[in-house]
Design a protein around this ligand. Structure first.
Ligand SMILES: Cc1cc2nc3c(=O)[nH]c(=O)nc-3n(C[C@H](O)[C@H](O)[C@H](O)COP(=O)(O)OP(=O)(O)OC[C@H]3O[C@@H](n4cnc5c(N)ncnc54)[C@H](O)[C@@H]3O)c2cc1C
Length: 280
């Protein structure tokens, strides 16, 4: 449980962090709540840690040009308690409240969680249903990556070598939008065994709907079968049940000693029904 030896450097700006990352063996340190446990288990052995926790331009939540802009170093706790988030994107406060414990929420960051891309992490599902765009910066400049293109596999993202997640931009939803995030959690860590995020727009009937899962497969995914079963319809009990029954079909399902494949798939349908019922 002791990490291998490493140097520690505190970066003062995004540019400085990018420049320090040119040493291929270096790793960024955000909240440390995924990286440090991995280093203690020697799953990760960086020789240099670049602490980005003091970079002011990577922190905070603001409203700008019809979007909420969340700095990558914003903690889960700050998202959970922020008034702009509560007003415009309550699904994010709801998801943040379900992450880990007080210490994890106080130290862990949105950017760190997205870059780490744990298949059981809560944020990816919410990013997919809110049409989030992940802004990254590297030696070649800036890129804006849609959440749908960002999570590419098991602990894998579209981030290229030397790139840093700097901010997350999410369009403000229209007035007739409702959302919910529910999860079945691992009882010790509270990671999602199944997490389901739903955003619905409509008045009476459903004009648009986005449904995403985390914890179920190698990476978070939009479930278009559930979405298509509800588009243009009234969200009554029968329609919701029929739609939820289609959840997690045709995807490869994770299996571990907490939840086997069949049980996980069953949970996906149960939690889809719960999330859809909550928004209805
Ligand atoms: C006991 C425990 C319980 C937990 N429970 C949950 C839970 O219920 N739900 C959940 O979703 N998560 C949970 N987590 C994980 C937690 O949310 C972490 O905070 C998160 O996964 C990583 O964020 P971090 O800021 O700590 O990143 P770090 O651990 O510092 O970094 C993680 C990885 O991302 C890289 N990185 C960090 N920031 C950036 C950036 N801006 N750009 C590019 N790369 C970057 C690092 O180099 C590293 O490889 C739990 C963790 C613990 C220890």
């Amino acid at each position: 449980m002791i990490p291998s030896e490493f140097d520690y450097i505190k970066a003062k700006s995004i540019d400085e962090a990018i420049s320090l990352l040119k040493d291929g063996d270096a790793k960024l340190l955000a909240g440390g709540h995924s990286l440090i446990p991995a280093m203690k288990l020697r799953l990760n052995r960086p020789t240099k840690l670049i602490d980005i926790s003091r970079i002011a331009e990577m922190k905070g939540i603001k409203q700008e040009d019809g979007e909420l802009v969340i700095g990558a170093m914003t903690t889960h706790y700050e998202i959970m308690t922020n008034d702009l988030i509560k007003k415009h994107l309550p699904i994010l406060s709801q998801a943040a409240e379900l992450i880990g414990d007080v210490q994890v929420r106080n130290k862990g960051t949105l950017g760190g969680s997205l870059a780490h891309a744990d298949p059981s992490a809560d944020w990816p599902a919410s990013m997919l249903v809110t049409d989030a765009v992940i802004v990254v910066a590297g030696a070649k400049g800036k890129r804006a990556i849609k959440a749908g293109d960002f999570f590419t596999g098991f602990f894998m993202t579209a981030l290229e070598e030397g790139e840093i997640v700097t901010q997350i931009r999410i369009p403000l939803p229209s007035a007739n939008t409702k959302s919910a995030y529910v999860k079945f959690m691992q009882p010790a860590s509270r990671f999602a065994i199944v997490g389901c995020a739903v955003v619905v727009t409509g008045n009476g009937s459903i004009d648009d709907i986005k449904v995403a899962f985390t914890g179920v497969s190698e990476s978070a995914f939009r479930d278009t079968a559930v979405e298509n079963a509800l588009k243009g319809k009234k969200a009554d009990t029968e329609t919701i049940k029929n739609a939820a029954d289609q959840a997690a079909e045709g995807v490869s399902i994770l299996s571990d000693h907490f939840a086997g494949e069949e049980y996980r798939k069953h949970l996906a349908k149960v939690y889809a029904k719960r999330a859809l019922t909550e928004v209805a």
